[in-house]
Ligand binder design. Sequence first.
Ligand SMILES: Nc1ncnc2c1ncn2[C@@H]1O[C@H](COP(=O)(O)OP(=O)(O)OP(=O)(O)O)[C@@H](O)[C@H]1O
Length: 549
Amino acid sequence: MKSLLAFRSLFLSQAKGFGLALLLSLVALAAGVALLGTSGWFITAAALTSAGLAFNLFAPSALVRGFSFIRILARYGERLSGHDATLRLLAELRGWLFARLFPRLPLTDRSLRHGDLVSRLTSDVDALDTAFLVAIGPVIAALVIGGTLTGILIWLLPPAALLHGICFALAVVALPAGLVFVSRRAGRDVVTRAAEARAAVLDGIDGHTDLTVFGIRDTAEAGFTDTARRLAKAKRHLARLAAVASLAVQVLAALALVGTLWLGLRAFTTGAIDGPVLAGLLLAVAGSFEATAVIVRSVSKLTTAMAAAERLTAIAEAPPTVLDPPAPAALPVETSLALTDVTFGYGGPPVLAGLDLSVAPGEHVAITGPSGSGKSSLLALLLRLADPQAGTVTLGGTGLPSLAQADIHASTALLSQDSPLFHDTIRANLLIARPDGDDAALWSALAAAGIESFVRALPLGLDTLVGEGGRTVSVGQARRLCLARTLLSTAKILLLDEPTTGLDRAAEVAFFETLHVAARGRTVIVVTHAAIPEGSVDRELVMRGGRLE
Ligand SMILES: Nc1ncnc2c1ncn2[C@@H]1O[C@H](COP(=O)(O)OP(=O)(O)OP(=O)(O)O)[C@@H](O)[C@H]1O
């Protein structure tokens, strides 16, 4: 429950819609109970009329019609406002999670799998957004209906009131609370196993070609079947607990009904209650337990919602990798970069140790060095994706921790080793870096990245769809499109991590020569394994033992 409370402000933002849904569900339930009660009273009284008693048929038949009409309308309105509020909450929850996820996507933590994050953004959010509709709302509605009927019994049939009150409280409060307690682990299991199954599917799709080529599709399938089996087992366990609880609710309902009948007949024989009223009360008691029928199902949903809430808060409350300063300094106009005596690592031995680097505004520097020596980590520090454990990183003489991250990122563009292409047109993929870029700017960026002629030859040109992850273009072409995107950006500093991956030697040489001209005036740090053509950068440095030489 505590985990759900963390989301109260989001739930409260939809308080009006949920409040209306709750009110209407109360009206629908009350109308249902009143309908049964009135019908029982009406039918019994009508039967007695034929036995010679005078009875006004019109008022009760009007009531029966009125209650059924109210019930239909209220139920419709409840669904409408409840679902409307739920869908709005869903949008809010997704936005909330996205806003928290991005600053926390930890550079230092590799334990989160993509599939798991997808699960959190989809099914966990879904489980949570229906928490009110399927879990909290029905419990509140049942409590109000049960309380009201117990009140009516105190008035009309006092001996049965206590019995009904106790049975109802057990069915709506004690039993669900017990069920939440015993099924908490099962709920968590279901959510975790479902996330594992989703991650297994995504991994299988991603690695499909390699799994096929290595001939281990059977092993992968067996792994997935195993995950699916564990998910089914967890679901069965939760369903079994819910079935036992359902049975207990039915027993309580039967107890309340039989008890009311017995006590009512005793009151009837003493003349304390008349026949039609007793019949009406009996049906109302049966009807009131209708409100409890959904509760067991609701509790199962509640336990999964609680587990989902825990998984979401685990991300949302994790400390962000870096924090913006409370009052950020103005972004310096000057674009020099400096790292002084920087030490940085990922928890193990430092990757960068006592590293110094100073890059003048407009200077083009190439960094080479063995794989794993820390070149990409250095670029991450320059973007403040992480802070060094020791030493300082400055931009234009101002320490990065004094600047807003958005300002740093507006002034510095990155081509990372795994820059993605999104499932959209070439134009849309490029415009990410400069939303107001005109066609001339796009073509010149494509030319600088050495891919202009390829795009010009496409029937749809800039409007060609590249497919998910750039599947419809080759790896080298995808890389060049990403490079064009980085070059298109108006950032005054360019950080390029292996920009020539996937290019042949001639294209590689052409790229470095073009970069020299295309990025003139901008500060450039290019990390590469390629042999750099003479004169295409101002300085070449080698990363070795955590330092630059
Ligand atoms: N998120 C991370 N968590 C833990 N260790 C990491 C992480 N990123 C990088 N490392 C480790 O830090 C070291 C430096 O990695 P980095 O990617 O900076 O090297 P690199 O010089 O860019 O390598 P390459 O030339 O292969 O791209 C490596 O040993 C790597 O395993």
